[in-house]
Ligand binder design. Structure first.
Ligand code: ASP
Ligand code: MG
Length: 404
Protein backbone atom coordinates (compact mmCIF):
# COMPACT_ATOMS: atom_id res chain seq x y z
CA UNK A 1 0.00 0.00 0.00
CA UNK A 2 1.30 3.41 -0.96
CA UNK A 3 0.29 6.98 -0.36
CA UNK A 4 -0.24 8.83 -3.65
CA UNK A 5 -0.95 12.36 -4.78
CA UNK A 6 -2.73 12.32 -8.14
CA UNK A 7 -2.77 15.66 -9.93
CA UNK A 8 -5.00 16.30 -12.94
CA UNK A 9 -4.34 19.20 -15.31
CA UNK A 10 -6.85 21.37 -17.15
CA UNK A 11 -7.34 19.09 -20.16
CA UNK A 12 -7.94 16.11 -17.85
CA UNK A 13 -10.86 17.92 -16.20
CA UNK A 14 -12.01 19.88 -19.26
CA UNK A 15 -15.62 18.61 -19.13
CA UNK A 16 -17.89 16.35 -17.08
CA UNK A 17 -17.00 13.21 -19.04
CA UNK A 18 -13.34 13.79 -18.35
CA UNK A 19 -14.04 14.45 -14.69
CA UNK A 20 -15.89 11.10 -14.61
CA UNK A 21 -12.81 9.51 -16.18
CA UNK A 22 -10.62 11.11 -13.49
CA UNK A 23 -12.93 9.73 -10.81
CA UNK A 24 -12.60 6.22 -12.27
CA UNK A 25 -8.81 6.46 -12.22
CA UNK A 26 -8.84 7.60 -8.63
CA UNK A 27 -11.25 4.82 -7.71
CA UNK A 28 -8.89 2.27 -9.25
CA UNK A 29 -6.03 3.40 -7.00
CA UNK A 30 -8.27 3.47 -3.93
CA UNK A 31 -9.48 -0.06 -4.68
CA UNK A 32 -5.88 -1.20 -5.06
CA UNK A 33 -5.51 -0.25 -1.40
CA UNK A 34 -3.66 3.05 -1.75
CA UNK A 35 -4.24 6.23 0.21
CA UNK A 36 -4.97 8.91 -2.36
CA UNK A 37 -5.13 12.69 -2.35
CA UNK A 38 -6.20 14.45 -5.55
CA UNK A 39 -5.15 17.89 -6.78
CA UNK A 40 -7.02 19.50 -9.66
CA UNK A 41 -6.47 22.38 -12.08
CA UNK A 42 -9.26 24.50 -13.50
CA UNK A 43 -11.06 23.24 -16.61
CA UNK A 44 -8.93 23.89 -19.71
CA UNK A 45 -9.37 27.47 -20.88
CA UNK A 46 -11.06 28.68 -17.71
CA UNK A 47 -8.06 30.40 -16.17
CA UNK A 48 -7.27 32.17 -19.45
CA UNK A 49 -10.80 33.49 -19.57
CA UNK A 50 -10.67 34.69 -15.96
CA UNK A 51 -7.31 36.39 -16.51
CA UNK A 52 -8.70 37.99 -19.68
CA UNK A 53 -11.66 39.44 -17.82
CA UNK A 54 -9.37 41.08 -15.24
CA UNK A 55 -7.21 42.55 -17.99
CA UNK A 56 -10.19 43.82 -19.93
CA UNK A 57 -11.51 45.77 -16.96
CA UNK A 58 -8.14 47.21 -16.05
CA UNK A 59 -4.71 46.30 -17.46
CA UNK A 60 -2.99 47.21 -14.18
CA UNK A 61 -5.55 45.62 -11.86
CA UNK A 62 -5.15 44.98 -8.13
CA UNK A 63 -3.33 41.65 -7.74
CA UNK A 64 -5.43 40.67 -4.70
CA UNK A 65 -8.60 40.93 -6.76
CA UNK A 66 -6.94 39.07 -9.67
CA UNK A 67 -6.34 36.22 -7.23
CA UNK A 68 -9.91 36.38 -5.96
CA UNK A 69 -11.06 35.92 -9.55
CA UNK A 70 -8.62 33.38 -11.01
CA UNK A 71 -8.64 31.05 -7.98
CA UNK A 72 -12.30 30.24 -8.67
CA UNK A 73 -11.53 27.87 -11.56
CA UNK A 74 -10.01 25.29 -9.24
CA UNK A 75 -12.82 25.65 -6.70
CA UNK A 76 -15.27 24.47 -9.35
CA UNK A 77 -13.25 21.42 -10.43
CA UNK A 78 -12.46 20.40 -6.84
CA UNK A 79 -16.16 20.37 -5.98
CA UNK A 80 -17.16 18.61 -9.20
CA UNK A 81 -14.47 15.95 -8.81
CA UNK A 82 -15.59 15.27 -5.24
CA UNK A 83 -19.17 14.87 -6.47
CA UNK A 84 -18.05 12.55 -9.29
CA UNK A 85 -16.14 10.42 -6.79
CA UNK A 86 -19.01 10.28 -4.33
CA UNK A 87 -21.40 9.25 -7.12
CA UNK A 88 -19.32 6.13 -7.82
CA UNK A 89 -19.07 5.20 -4.17
CA UNK A 90 -15.73 6.79 -3.24
CA UNK A 91 -15.71 8.82 -0.04
CA UNK A 92 -14.33 12.24 -1.05
CA UNK A 93 -14.22 15.82 0.21
CA UNK A 94 -13.09 19.04 -1.52
CA UNK A 95 -10.54 21.39 0.04
CA UNK A 96 -9.75 24.97 -0.87
CA UNK A 97 -6.29 26.34 -0.14
CA UNK A 98 -7.46 28.35 2.89
CA UNK A 99 -9.16 25.36 4.48
CA UNK A 100 -6.06 23.15 4.63
CA UNK A 101 -4.28 25.68 4.98
CA UNK A 102 -1.78 26.15 2.14
CA UNK A 103 0.10 29.09 3.60
CA UNK A 104 1.90 31.32 1.09
CA UNK A 105 3.79 34.59 1.07
CA UNK A 106 2.00 37.76 0.07
CA UNK A 107 3.11 37.96 -3.58
CA UNK A 108 -0.34 37.95 -5.10
CA UNK A 109 -0.40 36.42 -8.57
CA UNK A 110 2.89 34.57 -8.06
CA UNK A 111 2.87 33.52 -4.43
CA UNK A 112 5.21 30.91 -2.95
CA UNK A 113 4.10 28.21 -0.56
CA UNK A 114 5.62 28.52 2.92
CA UNK A 115 3.86 25.68 4.67
CA UNK A 116 1.08 23.14 4.31
CA UNK A 117 -0.71 21.73 7.33
CA UNK A 118 -1.01 18.03 6.42
CA UNK A 119 -2.28 16.30 9.57
CA UNK A 120 -6.01 16.65 9.00
CA UNK A 121 -5.75 15.34 5.43
CA UNK A 122 -3.55 12.43 6.53
CA UNK A 123 -6.13 11.44 9.17
CA UNK A 124 -8.89 11.51 6.60
CA UNK A 125 -6.86 9.50 4.07
CA UNK A 126 -6.17 6.91 6.75
CA UNK A 127 -9.88 6.60 7.33
CA UNK A 128 -10.44 6.00 3.61
CA UNK A 129 -11.51 9.44 2.48
CA UNK A 130 -10.04 11.08 -0.64
CA UNK A 131 -9.23 14.78 -0.21
CA UNK A 132 -9.74 16.67 -3.48
CA UNK A 133 -7.59 19.77 -3.28
CA UNK A 134 -8.00 22.90 -5.39
CA UNK A 135 -4.58 23.46 -6.95
CA UNK A 136 -3.01 26.84 -7.76
CA UNK A 137 -4.31 28.57 -4.62
CA UNK A 138 -3.32 29.31 -1.07
CA UNK A 139 -3.80 31.90 1.61
CA UNK A 140 -1.47 34.82 2.22
CA UNK A 141 -0.35 36.60 5.40
CA UNK A 142 -3.08 39.18 4.71
CA UNK A 143 -5.63 36.37 5.08
CA UNK A 144 -6.61 36.69 1.43
CA UNK A 145 -6.60 34.09 -1.35
CA UNK A 146 -3.35 33.91 -3.30
CA UNK A 147 -2.44 32.09 -6.51
CA UNK A 148 0.88 30.52 -7.38
CA UNK A 149 1.52 31.76 -10.93
CA UNK A 150 0.35 30.12 -14.16
CA UNK A 151 0.75 26.37 -14.12
CA UNK A 152 0.91 26.55 -10.33
CA UNK A 153 -1.21 23.51 -9.59
CA UNK A 154 1.82 21.33 -10.35
CA UNK A 155 3.53 23.07 -7.46
CA UNK A 156 0.45 22.58 -5.29
CA UNK A 157 0.65 18.85 -6.00
CA UNK A 158 4.35 18.48 -5.27
CA UNK A 159 4.11 20.59 -2.11
CA UNK A 160 1.16 18.52 -0.96
CA UNK A 161 3.03 15.29 -1.70
CA UNK A 162 5.89 16.54 0.49
CA UNK A 163 3.55 17.63 3.28
CA UNK A 164 1.65 14.32 3.21
CA UNK A 165 4.90 12.33 2.93
CA UNK A 166 3.49 10.66 -0.18
CA UNK A 167 5.40 7.88 -1.89
CA UNK A 168 4.80 9.43 -5.31
CA UNK A 169 3.25 12.40 -7.00
CA UNK A 170 1.59 11.44 -10.28
CA UNK A 171 1.00 14.38 -12.60
CA UNK A 172 -1.68 13.45 -15.14
CA UNK A 173 -1.66 15.62 -18.22
CA UNK A 174 -2.43 15.50 -21.95
CA UNK A 175 0.97 14.14 -22.94
CA UNK A 176 2.12 10.73 -21.77
CA UNK A 177 5.54 11.79 -20.53
CA UNK A 178 8.61 13.89 -21.14
CA UNK A 179 9.96 13.76 -24.68
CA UNK A 180 13.38 14.56 -26.11
CA UNK A 181 11.65 17.57 -27.66
CA UNK A 182 8.16 18.77 -28.54
CA UNK A 183 6.57 15.89 -30.54
CA UNK A 184 4.32 18.38 -32.31
CA UNK A 185 7.41 19.78 -34.02
CA UNK A 186 9.60 16.70 -34.31
CA UNK A 187 7.72 13.54 -35.20
CA UNK A 188 10.79 11.48 -34.25
CA UNK A 189 10.87 12.74 -30.66
CA UNK A 190 11.25 9.93 -28.11
CA UNK A 191 9.59 9.50 -24.73
CA UNK A 192 12.09 9.28 -21.88
CA UNK A 193 11.51 6.58 -19.25
CA UNK A 194 13.48 8.60 -16.71
CA UNK A 195 14.92 12.07 -16.48
CA UNK A 196 16.92 13.70 -13.69
CA UNK A 197 15.51 16.49 -11.52
CA UNK A 198 18.18 18.82 -12.80
CA UNK A 199 17.46 18.16 -16.46
CA UNK A 200 13.75 18.46 -15.86
CA UNK A 201 14.32 21.73 -14.06
CA UNK A 202 16.31 23.16 -16.95
CA UNK A 203 13.83 21.89 -19.52
CA UNK A 204 10.87 23.27 -17.57
CA UNK A 205 12.54 26.63 -17.14
CA UNK A 206 13.33 26.92 -20.84
CA UNK A 207 9.91 26.20 -22.22
CA UNK A 208 9.05 22.50 -22.02
CA UNK A 209 5.67 23.34 -20.55
CA UNK A 210 4.82 19.96 -19.07
CA UNK A 211 5.65 20.93 -15.48
CA UNK A 212 5.81 24.32 -13.81
CA UNK A 213 9.45 25.14 -13.06
CA UNK A 214 8.81 25.78 -9.42
CA UNK A 215 7.23 22.36 -8.97
CA UNK A 216 10.42 20.70 -10.20
CA UNK A 217 12.56 22.86 -7.92
CA UNK A 218 10.43 21.79 -5.03
CA UNK A 219 10.44 18.11 -6.00
CA UNK A 220 14.23 18.21 -6.19
CA UNK A 221 14.56 19.93 -2.83
CA UNK A 222 12.05 17.70 -1.05
CA UNK A 223 13.04 14.56 -2.98
CA UNK A 224 9.47 13.93 -4.11
CA UNK A 225 9.25 11.18 -6.73
CA UNK A 226 7.28 12.67 -9.61
CA UNK A 227 5.75 10.76 -12.49
CA UNK A 228 4.38 12.52 -15.58
CA UNK A 229 1.71 10.51 -17.38
CA UNK A 230 -1.44 10.81 -19.46
CA UNK A 231 -4.94 10.65 -18.06
CA UNK A 232 -6.13 9.41 -21.46
CA UNK A 233 -4.03 6.25 -21.76
CA UNK A 234 -2.52 3.55 -19.59
CA UNK A 235 0.99 3.92 -21.00
CA UNK A 236 3.74 4.27 -18.40
CA UNK A 237 4.93 7.84 -18.03
CA UNK A 238 8.29 9.46 -17.33
CA UNK A 239 9.78 9.28 -13.84
CA UNK A 240 11.71 12.29 -12.59
CA UNK A 241 14.50 10.87 -10.45
CA UNK A 242 17.93 11.31 -8.93
CA UNK A 243 20.89 11.11 -11.27
CA UNK A 244 22.19 7.86 -9.77
CA UNK A 245 18.97 6.09 -10.75
CA UNK A 246 19.77 6.52 -14.42
CA UNK A 247 22.07 3.84 -15.73
CA UNK A 248 22.80 4.85 -19.30
CA UNK A 249 23.01 8.60 -19.43
CA UNK A 250 22.81 10.33 -22.81
CA UNK A 251 24.90 13.47 -23.21
CA UNK A 252 21.88 15.49 -24.30
CA UNK A 253 18.53 14.58 -22.73
CA UNK A 254 16.37 17.05 -24.56
CA UNK A 255 15.87 20.20 -26.58
CA UNK A 256 13.39 22.86 -25.56
CA UNK A 257 12.24 26.13 -27.03
CA UNK A 258 10.35 29.09 -25.70
CA UNK A 259 8.62 31.93 -27.48
CA UNK A 260 7.66 33.52 -24.17
CA UNK A 261 10.60 35.89 -23.94
CA UNK A 262 11.24 39.31 -25.41
CA UNK A 263 14.59 40.92 -26.05
CA UNK A 264 15.40 44.33 -24.59
CA UNK A 265 18.43 46.38 -25.60
CA UNK A 266 19.48 49.42 -23.62
CA UNK A 267 21.69 51.43 -25.97
CA UNK A 268 24.68 53.55 -25.14
CA UNK A 269 24.84 53.18 -21.38
CA UNK A 270 27.98 54.63 -19.79
CA UNK A 271 30.57 51.90 -19.25
CA UNK A 272 31.32 52.36 -15.56
CA UNK A 273 30.94 50.47 -12.29
CA UNK A 274 27.37 50.22 -11.04
CA UNK A 275 25.65 50.34 -14.41
CA UNK A 276 24.45 46.74 -14.40
CA UNK A 277 23.09 47.28 -10.90
CA UNK A 278 21.36 50.49 -12.00
CA UNK A 279 19.54 48.54 -14.71
CA UNK A 280 18.80 45.24 -13.03
CA UNK A 281 18.10 46.17 -9.42
CA UNK A 282 14.99 48.22 -10.33
CA UNK A 283 13.77 45.33 -12.49
CA UNK A 284 14.27 42.92 -9.61
CA UNK A 285 12.42 45.26 -7.28
CA UNK A 286 9.51 45.19 -9.71
CA UNK A 287 9.64 41.39 -9.46
CA UNK A 288 10.66 40.98 -13.11
CA UNK A 289 12.72 37.92 -13.94
CA UNK A 290 15.60 38.63 -16.27
CA UNK A 291 16.94 35.63 -18.12
CA UNK A 292 19.73 35.96 -20.68
CA UNK A 293 22.08 38.94 -20.40
CA UNK A 294 24.87 40.19 -22.69
CA UNK A 295 26.94 43.31 -22.42
CA UNK A 296 29.14 44.45 -25.27
CA UNK A 297 32.67 45.78 -24.89
CA UNK A 298 32.74 49.56 -24.74
CA UNK A 299 34.20 51.55 -27.59
CA UNK A 300 33.53 55.21 -26.87
CA UNK A 301 32.91 54.93 -23.14
CA UNK A 302 29.41 53.55 -23.73
CA UNK A 303 28.10 50.05 -24.25
CA UNK A 304 24.86 48.23 -25.16
CA UNK A 305 23.19 45.97 -22.63
CA UNK A 306 20.88 43.28 -24.02
CA UNK A 307 18.71 40.96 -21.97
CA UNK A 308 15.49 38.99 -22.10
CA UNK A 309 12.38 39.15 -19.93
CA UNK A 310 9.07 37.31 -20.12
CA UNK A 311 6.82 38.84 -22.79
CA UNK A 312 4.18 39.48 -20.14
CA UNK A 313 6.69 41.55 -18.15
CA UNK A 314 7.91 43.60 -21.14
CA UNK A 315 5.65 46.63 -20.66
CA UNK A 316 6.49 46.76 -16.96
CA UNK A 317 10.22 46.44 -17.68
CA UNK A 318 10.05 49.32 -20.16
CA UNK A 319 8.23 51.62 -17.77
CA UNK A 320 10.63 50.61 -15.02
CA UNK A 321 13.63 51.59 -17.15
CA UNK A 322 11.97 54.87 -18.17
CA UNK A 323 11.74 55.92 -14.52
CA UNK A 324 15.46 55.37 -13.95
CA UNK A 325 16.48 56.85 -17.31
CA UNK A 326 18.25 59.84 -15.75
CA UNK A 327 20.14 57.74 -13.19
CA UNK A 328 21.40 55.37 -15.87
CA UNK A 329 21.86 57.86 -18.70
CA UNK A 330 21.19 55.66 -21.73
CA UNK A 331 20.36 56.80 -25.28
CA UNK A 332 17.37 54.56 -26.05
CA UNK A 333 15.66 51.26 -25.41
CA UNK A 334 14.69 48.91 -28.21
CA UNK A 335 12.66 45.75 -27.89
CA UNK A 336 12.02 42.67 -30.01
CA UNK A 337 9.13 40.27 -29.44
CA UNK A 338 9.92 38.02 -32.41
CA UNK A 339 12.56 35.91 -30.74
CA UNK A 340 12.76 32.33 -29.55
CA UNK A 341 15.09 30.73 -27.08
CA UNK A 342 16.40 27.26 -27.87
CA UNK A 343 18.07 25.19 -25.20
CA UNK A 344 19.97 21.94 -25.25
CA UNK A 345 19.99 20.20 -21.87
CA UNK A 346 21.81 17.21 -20.42
CA UNK A 347 23.77 16.30 -17.30
CA UNK A 348 26.23 14.51 -19.59
CA UNK A 349 27.55 17.93 -20.64
CA UNK A 350 29.50 18.12 -17.40
CA UNK A 351 31.85 15.44 -18.65
CA UNK A 352 31.66 15.85 -22.45
CA UNK A 353 33.08 18.72 -24.49
CA UNK A 354 31.68 19.94 -27.79
CA UNK A 355 27.96 20.21 -27.06
CA UNK A 356 27.88 23.98 -27.61
CA UNK A 357 30.06 23.69 -30.70
CA UNK A 358 27.65 21.21 -32.28
CA UNK A 359 24.78 23.57 -31.57
CA UNK A 360 26.46 26.62 -33.12
CA UNK A 361 27.63 24.66 -36.17
CA UNK A 362 24.19 23.14 -36.76
CA UNK A 363 22.54 26.56 -36.67
CA UNK A 364 25.26 28.13 -38.81
CA UNK A 365 24.79 25.43 -41.47
CA UNK A 366 21.13 26.47 -41.70
CA UNK A 367 22.03 30.16 -41.91
CA UNK A 368 20.40 30.93 -38.56
CA UNK A 369 21.87 33.89 -36.72
CA UNK A 370 22.49 33.62 -32.97
CA UNK A 371 21.60 36.84 -31.10
CA UNK A 372 22.40 35.95 -27.49
CA UNK A 373 24.05 32.93 -25.88
CA UNK A 374 23.90 31.75 -22.29
CA UNK A 375 25.13 28.59 -20.65
CA UNK A 376 24.94 26.68 -17.40
CA UNK A 377 26.70 23.51 -16.34
CA UNK A 378 24.11 21.34 -18.06
CA UNK A 379 22.54 23.69 -20.61
CA UNK A 380 23.34 25.83 -23.64
CA UNK A 381 20.73 28.36 -24.72
CA UNK A 382 20.62 30.64 -27.74
CA UNK A 383 18.25 33.37 -28.80
CA UNK A 384 17.26 33.34 -32.48
CA UNK A 385 14.59 34.91 -34.70
CA UNK A 386 11.28 33.22 -33.87
CA UNK A 387 10.58 32.28 -37.49
CA UNK A 388 13.40 29.70 -37.43
CA UNK A 389 12.25 27.91 -34.26
CA UNK A 390 10.93 24.74 -35.84
CA UNK A 391 13.71 24.39 -38.38
CA UNK A 392 16.29 24.82 -35.63
CA UNK A 393 14.68 22.36 -33.22
CA UNK A 394 14.48 19.66 -35.91
CA UNK A 395 18.06 20.21 -36.99
CA UNK A 396 19.37 20.02 -33.43
CA UNK A 397 17.33 16.93 -32.62
CA UNK A 398 19.06 15.12 -35.49
CA UNK A 399 22.46 16.62 -34.76
CA UNK A 400 22.47 15.17 -31.23
CA UNK A 401 21.20 11.82 -32.56
CA UNK A 402 18.00 11.98 -30.59
CA UNK A 403 15.75 10.97 -33.50
CA UNK A 404 13.85 7.75 -32.87
N1 ASP B 1 -5.35 26.83 -13.71
C1 ASP B 1 -4.06 27.44 -13.52
C2 ASP B 1 -3.46 27.83 -14.84
O1 ASP B 1 -4.05 27.60 -15.89
C3 ASP B 1 -3.13 26.57 -12.75
C4 ASP B 1 -2.79 25.27 -13.41
O2 ASP B 1 -3.54 24.76 -14.22
O3 ASP B 1 -1.75 24.72 -13.09
O4 ASP B 1 -2.41 28.40 -14.88
MG1 MG C 1 -0.20 22.69 -16.19
Amino acid sequence: MARLVMKFGGTSVANLDRIRNVAQRVKREVEAGHEVAVVVSAMAGTTNQLVGWCQELSPLHDAREYDAVVATGEQVTAGLTAIALQSIGVDARSWMGWQIAVETDGQHGKARINDIEGDELIDRMKSGQVPVVAGFQGIGPDNRVTTLGRGGSDTSAVALAAALKADRCDIYTDVDGIYTTDPRIVAKARKLAKITYEEMLELASVGAKVLQTRSVELAMKERVRVQVLSSFSDAPGTMVVDEDEIVEQEIVAGIAYSRDEAKVTVRRVPDKPGIAAAIFVPLAQANINVDMIVQNVAEDGTTDMTFTVGKTDLALAQSCLETVRNDIGYAEISTDMDVAKLSVVGVGMRSHAGVAGTMFKTLADRGINIQVISTSEIKVSVLIAAEYTELAVRALHSAYELDA
